[in-house]
Design a protein around this ligand. Structure first.
Ligand code: NAP
Length: 309
C-alpha cells in the first residue's frame, strides 16, 4: 500500500514529490508519457526565481526530478495511468496493467495543447502542423520557409520569436487586434522584423490535405470576412491548453472547461485526493505557481496521513 501516489511529472508533481519524500512518505510518482511535462517543450524559462540568466525548461525539470529522487521518491518513468478508482479508500490506480493501492493521491496531470478543431489540422499533424516550436522548429522541412504561428498569448509570441531562427518569415495569426501576451513578450515580438502579425484573423483550413503536407493556410478576416491564402511550410498552433483530467471526471468535480475544482486548499471533493498545477489552475498557469501548489498538496496529504496514524 502506497502512502502517496503522485500522477504527473511537471513542476507541480515533482514539488509534491520533493515535499512528501522529505516527510518520509516514500512517494510513488507516475510520470505520464511526457516526463517533465509541458515545460520540457519550452526553451529558456526566464521567470523561475533563482535563475537570473534563465534556465532551459528540460534542465529545470531534470533538476527537480533529481532533487525529489534524492530524498526517496520512486519514479515510474514513461508510464501512463490507464484507470483510477477513487470511489473508496484505499484508492486504486492502474498503471501498465498493475493495480496500485494508495492512501492518498495527488493529481498533477497538467494540461495539453488546445487544437483549432479543423479536420485539415488533424490530417496534417506531423506533416507540417505542430504544437511545439522547440520540438519541431529545427526540422529541415521548416528551414528558410515561411511559417505560421496561431495565437496571441505568451506561448504564441515565444514560438514566433523562436521560429525566426529558422524561418524566412513568421506570420503570427491572431483573432483580435491586440496580443494577450505579457507586455515584455508582446513588445519583443512586434519589434522583430521577421514576424508579420495578421490581425483579426482565424485559420479556416490548413492546406493542402491532397498533397499530404502543409503548403499554406486559408485565413478569414473576422472584421471584413475577406478570405486569403498564406503560403507556408508549417503551422504552429499556440492557442492555449486543455486540462488533462478526463480520467478523473467520474469521481472528481471539474468546472465546465475540465479544470479540477479545489474545495479547500489543495483538496478535491474526494477526501484524500489532492490536486496541484495547471489541471486545476486556469488563472496563473505558471511554473512557479504550479510548484507552489505541489507543495501545498504535499503538505495537506502529509497532514491527513499524520492525523490518521
Ligand atoms: P493563453 O494565454 O490562454 O493564450 C491563448 C491565445 O490563443 C489567446 O491569444 C487566444 O485569443 C488564442 N485562442 C484561444 N482559442 C483560440 C481559437 N480557438 N482560435 C484562435 N485563437 C485562439 O495561452 P498561452 O499563450 O499558452 O499561455 C498560457 C499561460 O502560460 C499564460 O499564463 C502565459 O502567461 C504562460 N506562459 C508564459 C510564458 C513565459 O513567461 N515565458 C511562456 C508561455 C506561456 P484571445 O487573446 O482572443 O483570447
Amino acid at each position: 500500500m502506497e502512502n502517496v501516489v503522485i500522477i504527473g511529472s511537471g513542476c507541480a508533481g515533482w514539488t509534491a514529490a520533493l515535499y512528501t519524500a522529505r516527510a518520509n512518505l516514500k512517494p510513488l510518482l507516475i510520470t505520464g508519457e511526457q516526463p517533465g511535462g509541458l515545460l520540457t517543450t519550452t526553451s529558456v524559462v526566464e521567470n523561475f526565481p533563482g535563475f537570473p540568466e534563465g534556465v532551459d525548461g528540460y534542465e529545470l525539470m531534470t533538476r527537480m526530478q533529481a532533487q525529489a529522487e534524492r530524498f526517496g521518491t520512486r519514479t515510474k518513468l514513461g508510464s501512463l495511468v490507464q484507470n483510477v478508482d477513487f470511489s473508496k479508500r484505499p484508492f486504486v490506480v492502474t498503471v501498465d496493467g498493475e493495480k496500485i493501492e494508495a492512501k492518498t493521491i495527488i493529481i498533477a496531470t497538467g494540461a495539453g495543447h488546445r487544437h483549432l478543431g479543423l479536420k485539415s489540422e488533424d490530417l496534417l499533424e506531423k506533416k507540417g502542423v505542430t504544437y511545439c516550436a522547440t520540438c519541431d522548429g529545427a526540422l529541415p522541412m521548416f528551414r528558410n520557409q515561411p511559417l505560421v504561428v496561431v495565437g496571441g498569448g505568451d506561448s504564441a509570441c515565444e514560438e514566433a520569436s523562436y521560429l525566426t531562427r529558422f524561418a524566412s518569415v513568421v506570420y503570427l495569426i491572431h483573432r483580435r487586434d491586440s496580443l494577450r501576451a505579457s507586455k515584455i513578450m508582446a513588445d519583443r515580438t512586434l519589434a522583430n522584423p521577421k514576424i508579420k502579425p495578421v490581425w483579426d484573423s482565424v485559420v479556416t483550413e490548413v492546406l493542402d490535405v491532397k498533397q499530404e503536407k502543409v503548403t499554406g493556410v486559408r485565413v478569414k478576416n473576422l472584421k471584413t470576412n475577406a478570405e486569403s491564402v498564406i503560403d507556408c511550410a508549417g503551422v504552429f498552433v499556440a492557442i492555449g491548453h486543455v486540462p488533462n483530467t478526463k480520467l478523473f471526471q467520474p469521481f472528481i468535480n471539474t468546472d465546465e472547461n475540465g479544470y479540477i475544482i479545489r474545495t479547500n486548499g489543495a483538496a478535491t471533493n474526494v477526501h484524500g485526493v489532492f490536486v496541484a498545477g495547471d489541471c486545476s489552475d486556469h488563472i496563473y498557469r505558471q511554473a512557479i505557481t504550479a510548484a507552489g501548489m505541489g507543495c501545498a498538496a504535499a503538505i495537506e496529504a502529509e497532514r491527513l496521513l499524520a492525523s490518521e496514524a
